[in-house]
Design a protein around this ligand. Structure first.
Ligand code: GYE
Length: 325
């Protein structure tokens, strides 16, 4: 109860503040309250994504109740239940893993509160009826881009046997599953490539360090040609370990990473990473636009993907569009 009271106060304050800064908030929107369950704060991508949602809610003049789940599914379920109890207008949430949402999303459905997924997907036999729309990246395409880069790189370097170690994201999460699948599909037909190992680093920098230490102990520096890492945070951890061990990243071992945060793009430009596959965290504006349209009774698209590409040492890195978030 106390928590709800605090959230209500926060929403009122946010609404008031929203009216003061930047573009004037639409007074029509003042009454709309969005409940946002963010999954955690595990990476720069996630922090940028949180900021994007907060800024967009403010811009649209919506009240925003935000709860951060610190990587715990139970906490996300609790947050969604509190949004239902408060009777927010729309629930926006970024599911940490794909499965296990049926009960709570059915409760939202019973309460007639629409759900918009942001960033990640859910898996359920009834998925179609459990959410109205999703705004998030096409992770399968990102995985393919990583694989396609590697094919070009192997051609350029005339490599004939390429041993790849994959450091994957949170098990059972959409980016982990689809970045893996896309990458595998892209290189599958090419017999030069062998994925020698795949271990989870949970999208965390500290675990990226642990994974790289483990991989070096197991295979030695000459036993690995490529690290394919599912996000920049883990890759930055990998860089630390390689450099500590006197191994030249991007030269002795090819590094492919996903996200495009500033530190990774700088490392790419400095020749310490080979390829950065972009994943945009700026999803807030699109989400709030959908909230507004939904509340206005308009049809909204079921799936929205941001435009994304990839930057690599085989491209012109002086192009001003090569920039991180
Ligand atoms: O790549 C990673 C974050 O779901 C796209 O989650 C997101 C991923 C992102 O922790 O850095």
């Amino acid at each position: 109860m106390r928590k709800i009271a605090i959230m209500v106060l926060a929403v009122i304050l946010l609404g008031l503040l929203g009216g003061c800064a930047g573009k004037p908030a639409d007074p029509e929107n003042r009454a709309i309250v969005v409940g946002f369950s963010q999954l955690g704060a595990e990476s720069s991508w996630r922090m940028a994504n949180t900021k994007s949602v907060e800024a967009a809610a403010k811009q649209y003049g919506f009240g925003l109740m935000m709860e951060n789940a610190n990587q715990k599914q139970e906490k996300q379920i609790d947050a969604i239940r509190s949004f239902i109890a408060y009777r927010v207008d729309v629930i926006v949430f970024s599911p940490i893993v794909e499965t296990g949402w049926d009960n709570v999303l059915n409760e939202a459905k019973q309460a007639n509160i629409p759900v918009i997924l942001v960033d990640r997907m859910i898996e359920s036999e009834n998925a179609d009826s459990l959410y109205t729309a999703i705004v998030g990246a096409d992770f399968y395409a990102e995985g393919r881009r990583a694989g396609e880069y590697l094919i070009r790189k192997a051609d350029a370097e005339k490599m004939d046997h390429v041993r790849i170690a994959e450091i994957s994201g949170t098990p059972d999460s959409t980016p982990m599953r689809d970045r893996q699948r896309g990458f595998q599909d892209a290189i599958r037909e090419d017999s030069r490539f062998e994925i020698i190992d795949s271990i989870s680093g949970d999208f965390l920098r500290s675990k990226g360090e642990e994974c790289m230490t483990y991989l070096l102990e197991k295979y030695g520096k000459d036993g690995i040609d490529v690290i394919y890492s599912h996000n920049d945070s883990m890759t930055l951890g990998v860089l630390d370990i390689l450099e500590k061990n006197g191994i030249r990243p991007a030269k002795d071992i090819i590094l492919i990473t996903v996200d495009g945060e500033k530190e990774a793009v700088e490392a790419l430009k400095a020749g310490r990473i080979n390829c950065v596959v972009q994943c945009s965290p700026d999803l807030g504006d699109e989400v709030m636009k959908l909230v507004q349209d939904l509340k206005a009774g308009k049809e909204i698209p079921r799936v929205t993907h941001p435009d994304e590409g990839a930057f690599s040492d085989l491209d012109d890195l002086t192009d001003p569009r090569v920039e991180g978030f």
